[in-house]
Design a protein around this ligand. Sequence first.
Ligand SMILES: Nc1ncnc2c1ncn2[C@@H]1O[C@H](COP(=O)(O)OP(=O)(O)O)[C@@H](O)[C@H]1O
Ligand SMILES: [Mg+2]
Length: 301
Amino acid sequence: MSDKRTIGMWLYKNGGGDAIGKKIIKKLKERNILTIDNINLRDAMARNKNIVHNGIKLNKLDLFFSYNAGEQTIYQTYLYQALNRMIPMINTYDAFALTEDKFQTSFVLRNAGIKTADYRLFHRDDSQAKLYKILKKWGGMVYKPTNGWGGTGLTKIENSDNLQSLFPTLNQSNTREVFVEKFINYDNTDFRVDIVDGQYVGCYGRKAGGNDWRTNVTSGGSVFMRECNDDVLKVAINAAKACGTDIAGVDIIYDQEKEEYVVLEVNGIPAFATPEQEKMGLNFNDKKIDLIVNLIDRKTH
Ligand SMILES: Nc1ncnc2c1ncn2[C@@H]1O[C@H](COP(=O)(O)OP(=O)(O)O)[C@@H](O)[C@H]1O
Ligand SMILES: [Mg+2]
């Protein structure tokens, strides 16, 4: 391999992402790694051997760094998968696809010995009786679309009336799978722990707003400064490892009944601290950038 390395990047621009991208490009350049930015796979095409974007053969790049949450269309994801057959990607397609799905993630975490909420997955067409039964056993549960984010589509089910009103929604949707979790009694706060390359980057907390039980900022939650303790850190590092994520934001809550930390989900594209959050004191961005640059350097050697 020649000394000169070139990578492709697609990083979100909002919430300070633009400035982060520039810093990454600069630091990579210091290591003789050239970055081609703004590679949106939405605008790419496959031509026989090659996946082409703006005349550039992406499959000839030394690596592709994909970091743009929420904007991935089915087409983009499809090319992500193909491209990752030929070149290294961060995150790998497998890790990306895994963390996009809540059931698949919990299944992998459970089998790696990591605590999650108890869950069940049923086929929709024979779910009704099973759901009543499990509701009775658990007392309360959360219905989750397996591919949702930002707290949307989550339904808290506390009694059979709640459950009854879930069925029309299920029948109208395209989904075949029904995923429910036991409702965890917790203090309406969580830990978000960022891990890059197996190493601790930073931690913050989120608190649900008003009467909501969800901590998502998009559901009215708010971010606060929060120290990470050894137990939380251990859970986060193990979860990132189990999912094969080079970059992970692990969401953890404390189960007050079982008195243990539980992983709710692993985010494969956790946001950098925004300029406002940096002013609050969240100062992990530079560390995160350095770890990512090191990782890219290593994976392209
Ligand atoms: N099993 C559960 N018990 C109690 N609260 C939950 C449970 N699952 C999720 N929540 C709350 O809902 C929020 C969103 O759930 P999550 O699984 O992270 O989905 P999303 O991808 O939409 O963020 C969590 O941050 C947490 O506050
Ligand atoms: Mg979440």
